[in-house]
Design a protein around this ligand. Structure first.
Ligand code: HEC
Length: 142
């Protein structure tokens, strides 16, 4: 019985889909991150100071993408949509309307592959525990 539980546990972990972020070019991802994202999210992925507090205009500062932020709390698809569509459109699609987002959409600027490479680079900076937690947010492999 104990063995069976172990096997099931191991299968459970391996079955967490993370495939969109697998086998990406992390060097290209980092280069794109630096040119497209670092001006707001920081060269070291450190985010902007006081990133939890919105400014007078209601716009939040850019959060860090390193392990101290909340990027690893979100599933692949959510991160992808937020980057491609921008905060306002991505949140509207989830029913949150009129959010005054400071996050621009990169559709037409970055290809889908570019976005996945950047997200894979961001993920590569997290410790394994955070990578595993993030992977567990994704739908299971069939
Ligand atoms: C002009 C500044 C700016 C740039 C450039 C920018 N962001 Fe953002 N980003 C923000 C802000 C501000 C937020 C906070 C949430 C909001 O306002 O919608 C955010 C939030 C996010 C989020 C959701 C929060 C999280 O931690 O998961 C993701 C994912 C994200 N950005 C990815 C990117 C990526 C990838 C790039 C580069 C391709 C990028 N951003 C470039 C300002 C920016």
């Amino acid at each position: 019985m104990r063995h069976l539980t172990m096997v099931l546990l191991l299968c459970g972990t391996a079955a967490n889909a993370d495939h969109e972020l697998e086998n990406r070019d992390l060097t290209a991802g980092r280069a794109l991150y630096v040119t497209q994202c670092a001006s707001c999210h920081g060269v070291q992925l450190e985010g902007q100071p006081d990133w939890r507090a919105a400014g007078a205009d209601g716009v939040l500062p850019a959060p860090p993408h390193d392990a101290s932020g909340h990027t690893w709390h979100h599933a692949n698809a959510a991160l992808f949509d937020y980057t491609k569509q921008g905060g306002r459109a991505a949140l509207a699609a989830m029913g949150v309307v009129d959010f005054n987002s400071g996050m621009p959409g990169f559709e037409g600027v970055l290809s889908d592959d570019d976005i996945w490479s950047i997200l894979a680079y961001i993920r590569s900076t997290w410790p394994e525990t955070k990578r595993d937690l993030q992977a567990s947010r994704n739908p299971k492999h069939k």
